[in-house]
Design a protein around this ligand. Structure first.
Ligand code: HSE
Length: 463
């Protein structure tokens, strides 16, 4: 029998199967009942969108989105929300065990109890929406499995790029492409800090305090400034782009805490802006994935992405170069993405098509092959603090030359500050990470070198 003759029969059987494995809890009277866990910055935003945009959402979908229950431990804070008619509780069970609730939104962040709450919601056949990048990046595979076993879905648009629909962009709009490269500014807090240092000459601590006051930073801002938050987001994008599991621990990560206003000024004088970049490059040997600060040429689009704004530059084999740009953090943008996911899931509730979810999740069955960091090549910015002595420059350039590293520009400031120490800044041509680490190890042994060298990569080509 040919495949052709089998097809209608298969389709009928498949349709039947989809109906029996119906998704989640069925919707009644076109009302989608929603529960929110956590009423912090993001949860408040989601509640606000659901309350304020009710008519718009209904006009666009012909569905009613009803915020039924919110569970939160601290009800003292004033949030400027009218929650009349919404069940407000401190007991998450009232939401997780309520058979009427179709979609649970998790906005508490962190690993636990978020993991447990999401698992329970999925096992109770509720769809889940989350912005929890740390959890999706590290335990997403487990959660997607639970979702699949229970014929529900777990969406996470807001986990990367705040209000920018980059997840949908990658797995829907660009699905026909092999993704060759991604370069992203993915952390609003770091971008805000670096922008304030660049444009206003603020020091690191003051700029961080401002970012925290504006609600961009994580509860523990170390996650932001160490580059880990960006790393979580890169792992998510990398998994979607490569269709394989990208383990967070295999990504090279460097944060922005070692960068001084002096470095920002030097970078400026060479025609660069410093940005914390997430880089994904697909090569035939594997994936080159890293997070580190980099000098971006001022005429590159990423150089003018300022403040808390995020941008993701994506290169696909058919589409070519695309750039997604917008607010990467904050109450309203993050809530906008979360409600987008809610609406997306509601269409599924309406269609009751269990099979559809297979296309939405990330395929995490295969582990990604990563290129060892030491083999990756970059141009470098190096800043040394040295004693002002004869022969310093020749020793530095000699150590670099020994490792095959060629200098492209150099600045030495004539200053008597810092105990007769002077900063020397070198830009290099392309060199491997291995050669650079070895050269720097040698340089660190020289008596005239004071303190540690600051090394940043230069990003002056597309991925
Ligand atoms: N702390 C994150 C940032 C929030 O600053 O980008 C959004 O993920």
């Amino acid at each position: 029998m040919s495949h052709r003759t089998d097809l209608p029969k298969y389709r009928k059987a498949h349709k039947r199967q989809c109906r029996t494995e119906s998704v989640g809890h069925r919707m009644k009277d076109r009302i989608v009942n929603i529960g929110i866990i956590g009423l912090g910055t993001v949860g408040t935003g989601v509640a606000r969108v659901l309350l304020e945009q009710q008519r718009l959402l209904t006009a666009r979908t012909n569905l009613t989105f009803r915020l039924k229950t919110i569970s939160e431990l601290n009800w003292d804070r004033e949030r400027g929300l009218d929650l009349t008619g919404v069940r407000c509780t401190s007991d998450v069970n009232e939401l997780l065990e309520d058979p009427e609730i179709n979609i649970v939104v998790e906005t508490i962040g962190g690993y636990e109890p978020a993991f447990t709450f999401i698992s329970r919601a999925l096992k109770n056949r509720k769809h889940v929406v989350t912005a929890n990048k740390a959890l999706i990046a590290t335990r997403g595979a487990e959660l997607f499995r639970v979702a699949q076993e229970n014929h529900v879905d777990l969406l996470f648009e807001a986990s990367v790029g705040g209000g920018i629909p980059i997840i949908k962009g990658l797995r829907e709009g660009l699905i026909a492409n092999h993704i060759e490269g991604i370069v992203g500014i993915l952390n609003g807090t770091c971008n805000y800090i670096l922008t304030k240092m660049h444009l206003e000459g603020l020091d690191f601590a003051d700029a961080l305090a401002q970012a925290q006051a504006k609600g961009f930073a994580e509860a523990n801002p170390t996650l932001d400034v160490s580059g880990m938050d960006t790393c979580h987001k890169l792992a998510i994008l990398g998994s979607i782009a490569s269709n394989s599991l990208v383990p967070v621990e295999n990504i090279y990560v460097e944060g922005i805490t070692g960068i001084t206003s002096e470095d920002i000024a030097f970078a400026k004088s060479f025609g660069f802006t410093v940005k914390l970049l997430a880089i994904y490059r697909a090569r035939k040997e594997g994936l080159d994935l890293r997070v580190h600060p980099a000098l971006v040429r001022n005429d590159h689009m990423l150089a003018s992405v300022n403040n808390e704004l995020n941008a993701i530059f994506v290169q696909g084999d058919f589409v070519g170069n695309t750039m997604f740009y917008g607010p990467g953090a904050g109450e309203r943008p993050t809530a906008s993405s979360i409600v987008g996911d809610i609406v997306d899931l509601s269409r599924d509730l309406l269609l009751q098509e269990g099979e559809k979810f297979c296309n939405r999740g990330i395929s995490l069955s295969e582990a990604a092959t990563l290129i060892p960091t030491e083999e990756v090549k970059n141009r470098f910015y190096l800043r040394f603090l040295t004693k002002d002595e004869t022969g310093v420059l020749s020793m530095l350039s000699g150590a670099l030359a020994e490792h095959g590293i060629s200098i492209s520009s150099m600045v030495q400031m004539e200053t008597q500050e810092k105990n007769n120490c002077i900063p020397i800044v070198l830009l290099t041509h392309e060199a491997s990470e291995k050669a650079m680490s070895e050269a720097l190890r040698k340089i660190a042994t020289f008596d005239f070198v004071v303190g540690e060298c600051l090394r940043m990569r230069i990003f002056d080509t597309n991925p």
